[in-house]
Ligand binder design. Structure first.
Ligand code: BDR
Ligand code: CA
Length: 301
C-alpha cells in the first residue's frame, strides 16, 4: 500500500512529493487552497504532471477553510504559489474530480493508512466530519505544520495551522494520530545558493526547472536579507520515509482558535506523555535529512 498526500502545491510541496515518489508508491494526491488559491494550486498540479509525467491520481479538495475563510501565502510565494528564477511549470487545463470520495474509497480499501499532509488540514477535517468511521484506518497523519516556539505567517502561528486552525482542532478532537513536523524542526534543514547550483549541475532531466524553482524558493529568504531558507514540506516527507533520522516525543497538541494575536498558534506540551494526543519532533539528523531532501532534486530514480 502506498501513501496519500494532501498538498497545497507550492514549491516545497513539489520537492516533498518528488522525494516521496523516489521511495514509496503514492496512491493519491488531494489538493487544497493554501500557498495560493485552489484554482492556482490545481494549475500547479497540472504543471507538475506535465513536467514530471506523474500518473498518480490527483483530486481537487478544499477551496476554503472549514469556516469559510481563504487565507493564502501569496504575499510570500506570489500569486502562482511557486516562485521561479526562469523556467516555470508548463501550463495545462485542470480537470480534477472531487477529493473526498476518492479519499474515502482509498481508506475503505486499506488499513493502517499513512497520510502526508503538507498544507492546511481542511480536506482531512472534512473527512473527519463526514466519515468519522474511516478515521480508525489512518495509522498516522504526518503533517508539516505548527510551531513549538513561534510562527511564520503571524508571530504566533505557522501558515498551515493559521489557514485553518479549526481543521486541526477537529482532527485533534477526533484523536486522529498526528505527527507534527513543525517550523522549529524544519528550520534545522536549510538550503543555500550552492544547492541551487548543485541542482542545476545535476543530471536530473528537469534540472533547469528544479534549479529555477529552488532558486525562486531561496529568493524568499534572500529578499529578506537572509542567506538560507528552511526546507519545510520535504522535512515532513523525510520524517515519514526515514523515521530513524528523527527523534519523536509524545505530546499533547492544541491550537488556539481565538484571540487577537494567537489564533492558529499550536501549543505543544511534552510534560505528561500519558496525556499525549500526538507526536512532535524533538531532534533530527539535519545533515542526513538535508541530503535526503535534496537528493530528489538531483537524481531521477
Ligand atoms: C508551510 O506553508 C507553506 O507555505 C509551505 O508549503 C509549507 O507547507 C510552511 O509554513
Ligand atoms: Ca505546503
Amino acid at each position: 500500500m502506498g501513501i496519500w498526500i494532501d498538498s497545497d502545491m507550492g514549491a516545497d510541496d513539489l520537492f516533498a512529493i518528488l522525494l516521496v515518489m523516489q521511495h514509496r508508491q503514492v496512491d493519491g494526491i488531494s489538493l487544497s487552497f493554501g500557498n495560493a488559491t485552489l484554482a492556482q494550486v490545481e494549475q500547479n498540479a497540472v504543471g507538475a504532471v506535465g513536467a514530471f509525467g506523474w500518473t498518480v491520481p490527483i483530486w481537487a479538495g478544499a477551496d476554503r477553510a472549514i469556516l469559510g475563510s481563504v487565507e493564502t501565502a501569496e504575499q510570500i510565494h506570489g500569486t502562482s504559489g511557486m516562485r521561479t528564477r526562469g523556467v516555470a511549470l508548463p501550463v495545462g487545463k485542470p480537470a480534477f474530480a472531487p477529493a473526498l470520495p476518492a479519499l474515502c474509497t482509498w481508506l475503505e480499501s486499506n488499513e493502517d493508512c499513512e497520510v502526508l499532509a503538507l498544507g492546511p488540514l481542511t480536506n482531512l477535517a472534512t473527512l473527519a466530519l463526514s466519515r468519522p468511521d474511516l478515521l480508525s484506518r489512518i495509522r498516522q497523519i504526518t503533517w508539516m505544520g505548527g510551531g513549538v516556539t513561534s510562527g511564520n505567517h503571524t508571530p504566533s502561528a505557522e501558515f498551515n495551522a493559521f489557514a485553518d486552525p479549526e481543521a486541526l482542532a477537529i482532527l485533534l478532537a477526533r484523536n486522529v494520530p498526528i505527527c507534527m513536523v513543525d517550523l522549529d524542526a524544519c528550520r534545522q534543514v536549510e538550503i543555500t545558493e550552492a544547492d541551487v547550483s548543485d541542482v542545476r549541475a545535476s543530471d536530473h532531466p528537469q534540472n533547469e526547472l528544479l534549479a529555477d524553482l529552488l532558486g525562486g524558493y531561496l529568493d524568499i529568504a534572500l529578499t529578506r536579507g537572509r542567506d538560507t531558507m528552511a526546507l519545510y514540506d520535504p522535512v515532513a516527507a523525510a520524517a515519514l520515509l526515514r523515521p530513524e533520522l528523527f527523534t519523536f516525543s509524545s505530546a499533547h497538541i492544541a491550537t488556539e482558535l481565538s484571540g487577537t494575536h494567537c489564533r492558529g498558534r499550536t501549543i505543544v506540551d511534552t510534560r505528561n506523555p500519558d496525556q499525549a494526543n500526538g507526536t512532535v519532533i524533538s531532534g533530527l539528523d539535519s545533515g542526513n535529512v538535508r541530503t535526503l531532501c535534496l537528493s530528489a532534486l538531483k537524481e531521477n530514480r
